[in-house]
Ligand binder design. Structure first.
Ligand SMILES: N[C@@H](CCC(=O)N[C@@H](CS)C(=O)NCC(=O)O)C(=O)O
Length: 206
C-alpha cells in the first residue's frame, strides 16, 4: 500500500501519526506543508483536506483526516481488553480533544488578532490548558501506567502524549509536577519509532 502523510515537522497531530506509522513499521512518503505561511489553507490542500489541518494521510487513493481516526485505521494501538481500551482512549482523548485544540495555531492566532492578547497572555493560556490536562493525565498514568502511559506496551495514549510533552517544552511549560509523564517520555525517547517521528528528525525541520 502507498502511504503519503501530509504534515508539518512541528505539528503535534502529525507527530502522533508519524509515531503510529513507525510503531506499525509502515513506510510512507512525507509531504510537508509549512503552517507558518498558511500552506494548510492553499486551494490544493483544501481540495484534499477541507478542514485545512494537518495531518492527512493518502492511502491508495483514499484520503484520511483526523489523527485519531488515522491511527485507528492503521490498526489500533489499543489493548484487547475492553476496559483497558476505554482507559487508553480516555487518555488519548484528554490530549487530542481537550488540551491540543485550545493551543492550536489558529486558536492562538485568534487570541492575538481578534482579542488582542499579548505574548505573555498567550504563554499563560498555553500553560494553563497543558498543566490542567497534564495534572489529570499524571493521575491516570499513576493508576494505569508502566513503562508507557498505559502498561508496558505502546498505545494510542503514547502517540498523543509524546507530542503534547514536546509542545509543552516548546511553550516553556514547567513539567516538574508531572514526573510520571516525563518518565514515559524519557523511555519513549530511547525507541526508534519515537525517535524517527520527532520534529527535529523531519526533512522540513529548520
Ligand atoms: N483534531 C485534529 C487536529 C489537527 C490540527 O489541529 N492540526 C494543526 C497542527 S497540529 C493544524 O493543522 N493547524 C493549522 C491551523 O491552525 O491553521 C487531528 O487530530 O488531526
Amino acid at each position: 500500500m502507498n502511504l503519503t502523510l501530509h504534515g508539518y515537522w512541528r505539528s503535534g497531530a502529525a507527530w502522533r501519526v508519524r509515531i503510529a506509522l513507525g510503531l506499525k513499521g509502515l513506510d510512507y512518503t512525507a509531504v510537508p506543508h509549512d503552517l507558518r505561511i498558511g500552506a494548510q489553507a492553499s486551494p490544493a490542500y483544501l481540495a484534499l483536506a477541507p478542514q485545512g489541518l494537518v495531518p492527512a494521510l493518502e492511502a491508495d487513493g483514499a484520503v484520511l483526516t483526523q489523527s485519531l481516526a488515522i491511527m485507528e485505521w492503521l490498526e489500533p494501538l489499543l489493548p484487547t481488553d475492553a476496559l483497558a481500551r476505554a482507559h487508553v482512549r480516555a487518555m488519548a482523548g484528554a490530549i487530542a480533544c481537550d488540551i491540543h485544540p485550545l493551543n492550536n495555531l489558529r486558536v492562538l492566532q485568534s487570541l492575538r488578532h481578534d482579542l488582542g492578547a499579548d505574548k505573555a497572555q498567550i504563554a499563560a493560556w498555553e500553560a494553563r490548558w497543558i498543566t490542567t490536562g497534564f495534572a489529570a493525565l499524571e493521575a491516570s498514568v499513576a493508576r494505569h501506567g508502566g513503562r508507557f502511559a498505559f502498561g508496558d506496551t505502546p498505545t494510542l495514549a503514547d502517540c498523543c502524549l509524546i507530542p503534547q510533552i514536546g509542545s509543552a517544552r516548546r511553550f516553556g511549560v514547567d513539567l516538574a509536577a508531572f514526573p510520571r509523564l516525563v518518565a514515559v517520555d524519557a523511555h519513549c525517547a530511547t525507541l526508534n519509532p519515537f525517535r524517527a517521528a520527532a520534529p527535529a528528525a523531519q526533512s522540513d525541520a529548520d
